[in-house]
Design a protein around this ligand. Sequence first.
Ligand code: ADP
Length: 260
Amino acid sequence: MYFAGIDVGSVASKAVILDGEENIVDYAVMPGLPSEESAKKIYDDLLEGSGLSASSVNYIVATGYGRVNVSFADKQCTEILCHSVGVNSLLPSVRTVIDIGGQDSKAIKISPAGRVVNFIMNDKCAAGTGRFLEVMEGVLKLELSRWGEMASRAKNTAAISSVCTVFAETEVISKVAQNVPVEEIIAGLCESIAMRVAQMAKRLPVEKDVCLTGGVARNMGVVNKLSECLEMPLLVSERPQITGALGAALIALRNYRDHA
Ligand code: ADP
């Protein structure tokens, strides 16, 4: 028996397959728009990679911004619920989940059982989301996968004061023109997004332990700056970008078990 979670996000699709013992059999991450095509492709790729047939998967849960496009799913769940369930299974001590994705960010208070108690969301302003980093990746022509290591080499943090992504872009260009080391600009950009997200999360308020999930958690520059802004350590799971898909797969398994 196998169970699948498919997270069709705003900039990337993620999928996880679990066996009946809640072990991850395989997973996949694929950039792309939240379309029906992305949903089908990631699931087909995952089945092919794991050598499983569609008929061996007993239950599928879809989540993410494009979850309505997973026409073959048995159930749809919100990302808020799926991230909470995913984090709770990996890091049971966590009471606050902060998820920074491509298009929004959320702070979620969860119970010891992984239930959602309360949440705050920013989907209005790009500055506190992965979109901000993607715009700056384009400006600096430096892949986000290198940012964590580069930020760690910065001797100083270049202050990026603009609240708006478009003005921050102008500020970055002017810092490049003033020969500010690129590592320091990157550290400043990581600090800028961290400050916005911390401001939002503090309204929850933040209760320990705190975990950062979503694709932006792959950027250690942001992880370290957010930890500084919140003045507490942050837990990050091994593959933070698939946490929502993992939560969806766990819900699939538990739903199937409860109704079997
Ligand atoms: P969504 O669910 O909205 O599609 P994700 O949770 O998949 O978003 O996160 C996407 C974001 O993750 C991107 O905007 C980017 O900032 C970040 N990201 C993705 N891969 C990496 C990487 N290898 N290193 C650093 N950041 C990454």
